[in-house]
Write a protein that binds this ligand. Structure first.
Ligand SMILES: C[S@@+](CC[C@H](N)C(=O)[O-])C[C@H]1O[C@@H](n2cnc3c(N)ncnc32)[C@H](O)[C@@H]1O
Length: 394
């Protein structure tokens, strides 16, 4: 979709075409039939834009809920947008920094995932993006949602803006190159040094990075916060100049948060229970802190599985009861699962090179029972821990 067609989509004819595309798709009409129907009235460009937008709104409901019905997207913009729960958490942290919501600068605003949350928290936001269509979409989204604080969006290269007049700079650099998603901060757009330079020229800053950001890219005086949403690590937020330092893990939607205390986990034998810490705690190197919470220890110093003899329910770790500890052997595992009538297994692995799908075939599972099969290593030897989740009927 080009800029001209998007503007047409926002006009009265475009809105009629979009409403018709949405109505037909909701009724289960095949996309090719929708095209034929729309083409009777509208141009090929507007037809294609209306159908694409209707399909993207439908897909966006999983991320944006009811707001998706009035928002606009590109496929990339939707995929890269911060989900509202995560953006809302960030916006609340920013709002808590000062009594009056200061004006903010969002330098890679995309279709507006973060900017919407920031404005909803009461901050006036100036935003830029280098892509003109994305800017137009962010403006349309701000207008469609009727945000409570003023929002200005313009086309600019983040490297060219002056962040000094704002209370805080927010940057969510593009992590998508010609070859797809990139995990190298030097390949972000703008590249990490450019973003850090902007951040250091601002009064305070928050930079969103991929969860796997190497620790050496995190400035010493910053706080790095790994955020997971329903058990999936979504981002590392790097807070600079806000007074926060060190490492933090945050779980959403609950908002539970854990900071580094320096706790260290011992290493010891497998106990009655196994704990798999949330990915945010693992990324934030807070295994010692989670070990304290579950009164447990590591099975192996290099693998993030904890174990203990007390059943502790915590949102920081999934807990399982260990029924068997077996040196890894397909034959032996198959025999044990057969004997117990276990036909359904959830496989988990850490520190194991086993091909899970191949193993699943080799096990030739049958039976009504279920189990969690944990593939790991203790010292240099591969092991299987057979487990059942807490609270599962025996
Ligand atoms: C990860 S997305 C931002 C998503 C946004 N925070 C949201 O929640 O919707 C990154 C955006 O940065 C923009 N971008 C990439 N390089 C840029 C640059 N040098 N200056 C400004 N924007 C840039 C891309 O066009 C893209 O829209």
């Amino acid at each position: 979709m080009d800029l001209r067609t998007f503007r047409e989509l926002l006009g009265p004819e475009g809105q009629r075409a979009l409403a018709e595309a949405e109505r037909l798709l909701a009724a289960g009409t095949e996309p090719v039939t929708v095209i034929t129907a729309l083409r009777r009235t509208w141009s090929p460009e507007l037809t294609s834009a209306a159908l694409t937008q209707a399909a993207l709104r439908d897909r966006a409901r999983a991320k944006f809920g009811a707001d998706a019905a009035v928002m606009y997207f590109t496929a990339d913009g939707l995929e890269q947008a911060t989900r509202p729960e995560v953006a809302g958490h960030r916006a609340r942290r920013i709002a808590a920094l000062s009594p009056d919501p200061p004006a903010l600068l969002d330098v890679c605003c995309g279709i507006g995932g973060d900017l919407i949350a920031l404005a909803r928290a009461g901050h006036p936001v100036d935003a830029v993006d280098s892509d003109p269509l994305t800017v137009e979409i962010a403006r349309a989204n701000a207008a469609a949602l009727g945000l409570p604080a003023p929002v200005e969006v313009r086309v600019a290269d983040a490297a060219e803006v002056d962040p000094s007049g704002y209370g805080l700079l927010f940057a969510d650099p593009g992590r998508r190159g010609a070859g797809g998603r990139t995990f190298d901060p030097m390949a972000y757009s703008p590249a990490w040094p450019v973003v850090l330079d902007l951040a250091h020229r601002a009064k305070a800053a928050c930079i969103k990075a991929a969860p796997g950001i190497p620790y050496e890219f995190i400035p010493e005086h910053a706080e790095a916060e790994w955020v997971s949403y329903r058990g999936e690590v979504k981002e590392a937020a790097i807070w600079i100049g806000t007074g926060a330092r060190g490492r933090r893990a945050t779980l959403l939607p609950s908002g539970a948060t854990l900071t580094a205390t320096g706790a260290r986990a011992d290493v010891g034998p497998v106990g009655r229970y196994l704990y798999e810490p949330d990915g945010a705690a693992i990324r934030a190197h807070l295994i010692g802190e989670v070990a304290e919470l579950v009164d447990g220890h590591l099975i192996d110093p290099r693998i993030a599985y904890l174990t203990g003899d007390r059943a502790v329910r915590t949102e920081w770790a999934a807990g399982y009861e260990v029924t068997d500890v077996l040196p890894f052997s397909v034959k032996r595992l198959r025999a044990v699962l057969r004997e117990r009538g276990i036909g359904t297994v959830t496989m988990k692995k850490r520190g194991s090179a086993v091909d899970v799908e191949r193993l699943r075939k080799e096990l030739r599972l049958s039976g009504d029972g279920s189990a969690v099969v944990v593939l790991t290593r203790i010292g240099d030897r591969p092991y299987v821990l057979l487990c059942r989740p807490f609270d599962q009927d025996r």
